[in-house]
Design a protein around this ligand. Structure first.
Ligand SMILES: [Zn+2]
Length: 294
């Protein structure tokens, strides 16, 4: 015999679940409303940053605590006259929109920041780029170690309090011989990109620190030659490649304009120049967009 289930049984069976469902629905709507309210307080400056540059994230109004993350890098918010602000970076190979997350007194704001066009020069190659011989295993291991050491400086810069105040300055007074971001393209694919700024200089010409910071790494690297990495804190790092001579040691504190070393042609280069690197965390940016650059 089949038992029929009356409407009363159904209500008793489903009722509590429906109530829970409605409550969850209300909670989701409430969370979205709080998120929307938090998101309205966040702005970037400029509104549409360019890939390969640093930009400001601003939170308006009173808050006790603000934290956040953009492109995988933590943000370091400080109070200012209108609320809180932090620096962030847009990776050079990003396009379209960049996701940003900001937590304001426990409320999460999710932003999708529209990026402007990168507008970096692309050299389209008609023939396949010539790669040198593949490095042997010992050289490959050396390159990997050097990459890891540089990455550790980037990670560590997020643990260092901001040591800089005022403007980042040019490491050389000379002209720029190769700008940031220039890409080489073959068969429609980017095969390499210049992720530093080259400054002219003869061997022995002075190379200066862009800002106050601590020298974290001095080395003789396969590609970069004699290098100096400076940790400016709050995520910022600058590095100086191909030096002929280094005049600082790890642990030294330098100020903007301190001589770190001399222009050279060490590492894999064709002639003497300074290759100047600027990073926010692990994101390489055009050094000429660093805070206050002049
Ligand atoms: Zn370069």
């Amino acid at each position: 015999m089949r038992r029929s289930i009356g409407p009363g049984v159904l209500t008793r069976a489903l009722g509590p679940w429906c109530v829970v469902g409605v409550l969850i629905g209300h909670a989701v709507v409430a969370v979205r409303a709080v998120e929307a309210q938090a998101t309205r307080r966040v702005q970037t400056e400029p509104a549409s940053p360019r890939p390969g540059t640093v930009f400001r994230v601003r939170v308006a109004g009173e808050s006790r605590a603000v934290s956040g993350r953009v492109a995988g890098e933590p943000l370091h918010f400080v109070r200012d006259s209108v609320g809180w602000s932090a620096w962030a970076a847009a990776p050079v190979d990003s396009s379209g929109r960049l996701a940003a997350l900001v937590v304001i007194d426990g409320d999460t704001a999710r932003l999708s920041v529209a990026l402007s066009a990168g507008a970096y020069r692309v050299d389209r190659l008609r023939v396949a780029p010539q790669f040198g011989r593949d490095p042997d295993s010992a050289t490959a291991a050396r390159i990997a170690r050097e990459f890891a050491a540089a990455k550790a400086v980037s990670r560590g810069a997020h643990e260092t309090p901001a040591l800089f105040a005022g403007a980042f300055v040019r490491p050389r007074a000379s002209r720029v011989t190769s700008g940031f971001g220039t890409a080489r393209e073959f068969n429609g694919a980017i095969t390499s990109r210049h992720t530093g700024v080259d400054f002219a200089g003869a061997i022995g010409a002075p190379v200066r620190a862009a800002q106050r910071g601590v020298v974290r790494l001095v080395g003789d690297f396969y590609y970069a030659g004699r290098v100096v990495y400076v940790d400016h804190g709050a995520g910022f790092v600058t590095a100086y490649f191909h030096l002929s001579r280094v005049r600082v040691v790890e642990g030294d504190t330098v100020v903007a304009g301190s001589v770190l070393g001399e222009v050279g042609a060490t590492g894999r280069v064709t002639g003497p120049h300074l290759h100047f690197v600027a990073r926010y965390g692990e994101i390489s940016v055009d050094g000429r967009t660093l805070p206050g650059w002049r």
